[in-house]
Design a protein around this ligand. Sequence first.
Ligand code: GTP
Length: 235
Amino acid sequence: MSKAKYKRVLLKLSGEALAGEQKTGVNVETVGKICDKIKEVVELGVEVAVVVGGGNFWRGRDGHQMERTTADYMGMLATTMNGLALQDALETRGLYSRVQTAIEMKEIAEPFILRKAEKHLKKGRVVIFAGGLGNPYFTTDTAAVLRAAEIQADIILLGKAIDAVYSADPKIDEKAKRYDRISYLDVLNKDLKVMDSTATALCKDNNIPLLVFGIADPENIVKAVMGENIGTLVI
Ligand code: GTP
């Protein structure tokens, strides 16, 4: 069997990645395709934690029509719905998983407890961290970085709608340069919108490598874990 490059990864999925063509809500087929690949990776012996966003259900923060904290708490509930959808799809495929929420909702899922998360990972269970960080004013990207630091993940795999980091939006600027590799400092200095600056700085300060890749083809999850040259490595 081929050998994975990483032992423990944190996979960050946007909520939109679960929505498929319909762009909102959860598309079971789309989630299933992602979970098939998570299964392949787990079967390679890789420990997988997942942080999922909530934009497929709720983008209340964008419109500035609602108080920020309220909009953010609604977003945390949206990520929890996505976490449950992922768990359902993983378990349909015979994979053990645990959802841990940043805000206690014990009837629905376990609360986030780092030591329990580590135990689950060591047992080969996929741990889905839902509810963001449990605090408003922080994104799920920041949650992904913090959880990656806490579980000491080897790398963050950031699955995005775009396939790599570019100097500008390639849909708008045809001269946009595609990066195979870039430093966190350059991402911050050039204001490249890989993640928000809080998440980027947290990654930089904790020396966590980040691979940005396109999630439209879920096979990229396997390629990323095998260390294939896809997307952009931010270090
Ligand atoms: P082991 O110690 O390896 O047996 O871990 P485990 O997760 O199987 O044990 P535990 O008894 O903690 O959990 C059994 C089941 O209950 C799992 O499906 C957990 O996800 C679930 N569970 C554990 N704690 C909570 C909780 O606070 N709320 C909810 N809703 N489920 C929980």
